[in-house]
Ligand binder design. Structure first.
Ligand code: TXA
Ligand code: MG
Length: 340
């Protein structure tokens, strides 16, 4: 059931969460599937509904940096404390920091681990829901494990069908890809998942360099150990998806859709695509990020044999976009086994 965002739907959503239920809600990045982060049973039900491996920890969402001591049980080192203060410049916003876990957080949230990912989302529905509940909300993206993240309320219903949770509709997500995940646990801060808050922005705020990010985080064993969610195959549609240029035209199957980043040049290929989408008229990275997941989902309903995605420049936000596209393409091309 979809509830339009309103004070009444926020009260109703908080009531469901207080009773140990699940509620999907908008954030500025993607829609989240929320549970009371202090309720062990509710969190286990969340893993169950999402089909999420229990070793993949959830992000805890809060409304203010004043909650940090409660969420970490006062376990921040002085360095972590000053880093979190400096990173507050990006909150509310698309940044998650991984810090020591406090005892108030249900163990299932962190997969039994000693660290917790925390973020303050920017969408007013998210922060009002957390305030109304009076507790932190843990939330993965509101999609069945392995599928493309939802960027509007209808995506949540489409993915979960009969077992869809109550979803509060706060409109389409402004950012469109998931938050940057930054670990503050090691000797140097380290990006575990690229997002709209870029390494350059973080380095400028912290005044120190970050641990060097692997060219492709999802192929980095070290990062996968730190953050098991960052498995190679992720964000994948049912339809095989490849990056343009990785398959000869002559090997294209008959029904091919192409997702372009910008309008094609005049001399672009003349392949008879079954569908064409252009994410931005000017190659604007914010626009591309905002439209990417919805377009992949839409193409996945068209009965195509193959989805081709044009690559974009891989700097700043572009590197986060390419990270998501590479993961969606990580399934062997043309193999059509459905995702878990
Ligand atoms: O933008 C977002 O981050 C969205 C919205 C709903 O906030 N959430 C989201 O959650 O993308 P999810 O569960 O789909 O991805 C969270 C990622 C996973 O890769 C997980 O492994 C990592 O964050 N993560 C969470 N807690 C962690 C921890 N304590 N240590 C390392 N990685 C962690
Ligand atoms: Mg996810």
């Amino acid at each position: 059931m979809i509830y339009l965002a309103s004070p009444q739907s926020i009260t109703a959503g908080a009531e469901i969460l207080r009773d140990g239920g699940l509620v999907a809600f908008p954030t500025e990045t993607v829609y989240g599937l929320g549970a009371d982060a202090t309720n062990e049973k509710a969190v286990r039900a969340l893993f169950e509904l999402k089909g999420r491996p229990s070793n993949n920890p959830l992000i805890v969402h809060t409304h203010s940096i004043s909650e940090i001591d409660y969420l970490t049980g006062g376990r921040l080192t002085n360095t972590q404390r000053s880093q979190v203060q400096a990173l507050n410049a990006f909150w509310p916003g698309p940044l998650t920091v991984v810090v020591p876990r406090g005892p108030a957080i249900a163990l299932a949230v962190t997969s039994g681990g000693d660290s917790v990912g925390i973020r303050i989302p920017k969408h007013p529905v998210a922060t009002n829901l957390i305030r109304e509940l009076g507790r932190p909300i843990c939330a993965p993206s509101a999609n069945p494990s392995g599928y493309v993240s939802p960027t509007c309320a209808a995506h949540v219903e489409e993915s979960f069908g009969d077992v869809a949770p109550v979803t509060i509709d706060g409109g389409p997500c402004a950012v469109g890809i998931e938050s940057t995940v930054l670990s503050l646990l090691g000797p140097m801060p380290e990006i575990l998942r690229p997002g709209a808050v870029t390494p350059a922005m973080i380095e400028a705020a912290l005044g120190i360099p970050l641990a060097r990010m692997a060219a492709s985080t999802h192929e980095n064993d070290h990062v996968i150990k730190l953050s098991p969610g960052l498995l190679t195959q992720h964000y994948s549609p049912q339809t095989p998806l490849i990056i343009e240029g990785t398959l000869e035209h002559s090997a294209y199957p008959s029904k091919v859709g192409i997702i372009r980043m910008r309008p094609p040049a005049k001399n672009a290929d003349r392949f008879p695509y079954a569908c064409v989408a252009t994410l931005s008229t000017s190659g604007n990275l914010e626009e591309i990020a905002r439209g990417l997941f919805a377009t992949i989902r839409e193409f996945d309903t068209r009965g195509l044999d193959l989805i081709i995605v044009e690559p974009c420049q891989s700097e700043g936000l572009g590197s986060a976009i390419m990270d998501r596209i590479s993961r969606a393409a990580a399934k062997a091309p043309m193999e059509s086994t459905p995702n878990a």
